[in-house]
Ligand binder design. Structure first.
Ligand SMILES: Cc1cc2nc3c(=O)[nH]c(=O)nc-3n(C[C@H](O)[C@H](O)[C@H](O)COP(=O)(O)OP(=O)(O)OC[C@H]3O[C@@H](n4cnc5c(N)ncnc54)[C@H](O)[C@@H]3O)c2cc1C
Length: 483
């Protein structure tokens, strides 16, 4: 171990899904200690929880570069290592003589448990180690019903949680981060090959990963979208929501920062109902982390077991048609193609496409969850499985299985002009708004006027809505009878 005076022994600042400098409590503690700081990111070979999917790795690649640049302007660096967390940290402690290791908590039960065990091992060796807060507005364990249990219904959860959020005193990024005498070696992120190849399907990703991109999205949201958010957030053809989800997922901005920014806007300009609507969406994120705390295997195990006996269909061709946006239902296909092109899908269309897989195709929600996990830049360990379970009727406060969205009326309601479909399904670019959500319902002559022949340019529906609906309800009836 390097021999250095005790006050100069560095702190290892372990970045994970918290790739920011502002409102970073672990970084603040490290800088406040006045010790040298060695920022490190470990690409874990054997993570205790699910690692990022393809789109997530794309994001991580760019976000690490952005974080490195931010640290360099403050006289610091980001040390990159690949391997198992424990031996990598051991080696870094050995090489730098670090006195402590700090990180921000992840609130994934498997991750927190591993971190806790790691902290105990390090502390037993005289190395201070601890995880800080900040990823959520509140620790999920802090929001309890009157009887002391966790909430299973969102509205009372958020009412209680809103009252518990303390006044927040946020700090911006530090001006400088003290460098160690000597830097440990770093790997090059280019060698990790996080950018997708074969195929590189990221060409359409129009994102700016990193803290500056997060701040720009927040500014654009406050200045141009907040006022119309309650209405526009449900219109997929409009750019009406914040698009902050990947930045939140990767910890480039915190819900605490969003909460304070929206409260400040509220104080300055009114906008009470708009602000409350947006904050309640952040509330769903908090709620989902509460569910994950109760069911750590949320992406594999139903939160509620009431539908455990449901018999799912296996159909590779239907699954492929859904993934590829070739179901013959324009709003579903538009959503699935938006997902593939942007690594993101509008919330309303996530609801429609997930419902279509689970109910119209009667395919296990876990198949859809896994596809979203791989394709979404915002794939989140709590939000993704919790929302899939909400749709599948197995989640907390979930939509009952017998409520089956009709993709045609959903399209007509939320994409009345058809512009969203026209953007993502160019085969239907010339379709009339009166039939764009149900092209099979008009004559071949009408279709021909829009340059479409069904079955040639655009698929016929892979299943008729009424047939699918009856099949799903029959599966539900059989499950209930068997129970
Ligand atoms: C099947 C399905 C899968 C989903 N998977 C994810 C996922 O992996 N990651 C993810 O962040 N969100 C997920 N969502 C929730 C939601 O679709 C996205 O958070 C939202 O579309 C992101 O866009 P935005 O940032 O513009 O949202 P905004 O409307 O601007 O909302 C602001 C923030 O609130 C949170 N939020 C909004 N809606 C929800 C919600 N329903 N549940 C939990 N948090 C919410 C997000 O952090 C979001 O960034 C999923 C929804 C469904 C139906």
């Amino acid at each position: 171990m390097a021999t250095v005076p005790d006050a100069d022994r560095p702190i290892l600042l372990w970045f994970r899904r918290d790739l920011r400098l502002a409102d970073n409590l672990a970084l603040q503690a490290a800088v406040a200690s006045k010790r040298p700081v060695v920022p490190v990111f470990i690409l874990e070979d054997d993570p205790p929880v699910r690692g990022p999917g393809g789109a997530g790795l794309w994001w991580l690649d760019k976000s690490l570069r952005a974080l490195t640049a931010e640290l360099e302007t403050r006289g610091s660096r980001l040390v990159l290592r690949r391997g198992e967390a424990r031996p990598v940290l051991d080696a870094l402690i050995e090489q730098t003589g670090a006195a402590s290791v700090l990180w921000n908590r992840g609130y994934e039960p498997g991750l927190d448990a591993r971190d806790q065990a790691l902290a105990e091992t390090l502390q037993a060796r005289g190395v201070e180690a601890c995880g800080c807060e900040g990823k959520l507005l509140l620790d999920p364990g802090a929001v309890r019903t009157k009887t002391g249990g966790p909430y299973g219904v969102f509205t009372p959860f958020w009412r209680t949680a809103s009252e518990l959020i303390p006044p927040l005193d946020l700090q911006g990024p530090p001006k400088a981060v003290r460098a160690p005498e000597a830097w440990p070696q770093s790997e090059a992120s280019a060698d990790w090959k996080l950018h997708p190849t074969n195929p590189d399907w990221s060409e359409g990703f129009d994102w700016t990963p990193g803290e500056a991109g997060a701040k720009a999205s927040l500014r654009a949201f406050l200045d141009h979208k907040l006022e119309t958010y309650p209405h526009d957030r449900d219109r997929p053809a409009l750019d009406g929501s914040s698009r902050l989800s990947p930045h939140l997922t990767w910890g480039e901005i915190t819900p605490r920062q969003l909460y304070c920014a929206v409260q400040a806007r509220l104080a300055a300009h009114g906008l009470e109902s708009q602000a409350q609507k947006f904050l309640s969406e952040l509330g769903w994120r908090e709620f989902d982390y509460g569910l994950l705390a109760q069911q750590p295997a949320l992406h594999r195990e139903p939160f509620k077991r009431t539908l455990s006996g449901l018999t799912w269909r296996t159909s590779a061709s239907d699954l492929e048609a859904w993934r590829g946006g070739r179901t013959g239902y324009p709003i579903v296909d538009a959503g699935m193609r938006q997902l593939w092109t942007l690594g993101w899908m509008h919330n309303r269309v996530r609801l429609i496409t997930s419902s279509f897989l689970v109910k119209h195709l009667l395919i296990d929600w876990r198949e859809g969850e896994a596809w979203f996990w791989d394709c979404l830049v915002d794939a989140d360990p709590a939000n993704n499985p919790a929302n899939w379970q909400w749709i599948a009727g197995t989640g907390a406060d979930a939509q009952p299985f017998f409520r089956i969205f009709n993709p045609v009326t959903q399209g007509e309601k939320f994409d009345p002009s058809g512009d969203y479909v026209r953007q993502w399904v160019p085969e239907l670019a010339k379709a009339d708004r009166r039939w764009i959500h149900a092209p099979w319902s008009v004559s071949e002559a009408d279709l021909a006027k829009a340059g479409v022949a069904l079955g040639r340019d655009y698929p016929k529906p892979i299943v008729a809505h009424e047939v699918a609906r009856a099949r799903a309800l029959e599966a539900l009836r059989a499950t209930r009878q068997a129970a």
